[in-house]
Structure formats: C-alpha cells, structure tokens
Design a protein around this ligand. Structure first.
Ligand SMILES: [Zn+2]
Length: 255
C-alpha cells in the first residue's frame, strides 16, 4: 500500500519543536487544513525551510504518522512566494493579515468542507496576484495605483472569506425599514449591528459610518467576481479605501 501523499499547500503557520524540528499548519488543495511535522527542517536550512515560509505555496510530500493526527513532511517544492524584500511594510502587513485571517476562519467548526476548498482557491489567487504586483516595481516606492490594487484584492479576499464563513453582508436593503438601498439616498453602516441602513434616527451617531453607493457597488462586484476580473476593473483610490474600510469593519464585527 502506498501511503505517500502529494498536494499543493499554503503554509499558514510554523512553530519550532525541539531543537531543530518544525511544526507546520497548511491549507491544502486536497485535504483542507492539515498539520505537518517536519524533522530537522530548521537544520536542513537550504532544503525544506525555504519552501515552508508562512504565506508560500508549495507542492508538499508527506506520509501519515502512526497514532498521530499530523503528517510527516518528507519534501516540499516551492511554487509561489511573494518577494518580501521588495514589499513595503504596509504590503507585508496586508499579506500577513490575509494569512492570519485564513488560519482563524478555516476550521470545521466555522466552515463546511466544500467552502474550505474554495478558500484554498481564493487564497491561491490572492497570493498569485499579490506576488505579481510585488514584482512589478523595481524601485523602492510602490506606486499609488499598485497599492490601491493591493487594497482592492485584500478587500475582495476578506469579503469572500467572510461570505464562505456565513457572514455575507446584506447590501440590498435597509435593515430597519426594509427599503431597497439605492443611489442618491443617505446610506449608513451601523457598526454595532453590522448592517446597512437608511434610517439614521434609529442610531446613535458614534456607531455609524456613511457609505457611498459606489462603495456598495464595488463591494458587490468583489463578492461576485474572481480576482482575474478584479484586475481589470478601473477604480478610484477613494472608493477602494472606502470598500477596504467597509470590509475591515464588517470583519471586526464578525470576529
Ligand atoms: Zn431605512
């Protein structure tokens, strides 16, 4: 019986165990979230460790461990890794946020199995686009446009992840009067209840934020389209910032 496995995996976390051994958590294409034990991985620096940085995508080779829930990692081939040395601090923070968020939300208590596999797909797309963007610039300063694009990707990633976890925001109607949300109307985000509303009289003013209709349109677009389409859409910086804030506010509420 052949018990050697191979699958693509994105490393979410790594821990030291003992002097040289490593423990890794990965989101994999075929097995969902999996724990791996790697013997002497930190000793064999040139070999395994390079392929196992959090946020990188690799082909992973592994075998079951007797009477354990984790697998023994026997090899890894790196497929994708953003060039961190070229990224600014802001970009690295964004990137790590996406990895940490995935780590928190991808669990069987929160998500159905088929959704977990969808998360692998969108995280892989997110990393691919992020890697592409991180390589465009050859000078130190990432252009404003690229930065806006990264914020757009992240907002898209967060919204999709929350959707899969069962926290899709209702963008269609006012939570209190039920009226359809449309352009030209004052629309507000109720931070305490994480809903949209046109009825400001119901709210205390420190807990609401005005939202533009363009922001909602773009948010809707991000929820319903994949990253390839996001790359093509023309957007203004201000709207992207607004959508990003909206998705972060919604995220804070959901967590
Ligand atoms: Zn209303």
């Amino acid at each position: 019986m052949n018990l050697n496995y191979k699958t693509q995996g994105i490393i979410l976390n790594k821990y030291k165990t003992g002097d040289y051994d490593g423990f890794y958590v990965a989101l994999t294409k075929d097995f969902g979230k999996v724990n791996f034990f790697a013997k002497s991985s930190r000793k064999n620096k040139a070999k395994l460790t390079y392929h196992l940085e959090p946020g990188s995508l690799s082909d992973l080779y592994f075998v079951p461990r007797i009477r354990r829930e984790s697998f023994l990692l026997t090899g890894a081939d790196l497929l994708l890794k953003p060039s961190f040395e070229k990224l600014g601090n802001k970009e690295i923070v964004l990137y790590n946020q996406a990895i940490n968020l995935t780590s928190r939300l991808v669990s069987f208590e929160i998500m159905e199995v088929d959704k977990i596999f969808l998360v692998f797909d969108i995280l892989k797309q997110y990393l691919t686009d992020f890697t592409k963007l991180s390589k465009i610039e050859n000078n130190n300063e990432i252009s404003k446009q690229h930065r806006a694009r990264q914020y757009l990707f992240q907002a898209g990633f967060i919204l999709k992840l929350l959707d899969y976890a069962g926290f899709r925001p209702n963008l269609k109607q006012c939570n209190y009067c039920g009226k359809k949300i449309s352009a030209g109307k004052g629309i507000f985000y109720d931070l305490q209840n994480s809903v949209l509303t046109c009825c400001t009289q119901r709210l205390s003013f420190d807990g609401i934020e005005k939202v533009s209709f363009d922001c909602l349109k773009l948010t809707n677009f991000l929820l319903n389209n994949d990253f390839d389409k996001m790359e093509k859409v023309k957007v203004e910086d201000e709207i992207v910032s607004e959508v990003w804030r909206f998705s972060i506010n919604h995220l804070k509420y959901c967590l």
